[in-house]
Ligand binder design. Structure first.
Ligand SMILES: [Zn+2]
Length: 56
């Protein structure tokens, strides 16, 4: 059974907590998190930097 990944929301990442995440696409410091639901309960968080979304 294949679980569908459903986009839920986007939120800003605060980099001041000393626990910086890295962009999934390019490996730079991430500034945003995208939240997904997988199946009914699982939450998946993927981190990206601004360059992914500045292009539109
Ligand atoms: Zn990036």
């Amino acid at each position: 059974m294949k679980l569908e990944k459903i986009f839920r929301s986007m939120r800003s990442l605060k980099s001041a907590n000393g626990n910086a995440k890295l962009c999934l696409a390019c490996g730079k410091t991430a500034t945003r998190e995208a939240l997904f639901n997988v199946g009914e309960e699982l939450a998946l968080i993927e981190s990206y930097c601004d360059t992914m979304y500045d292009k539109d």
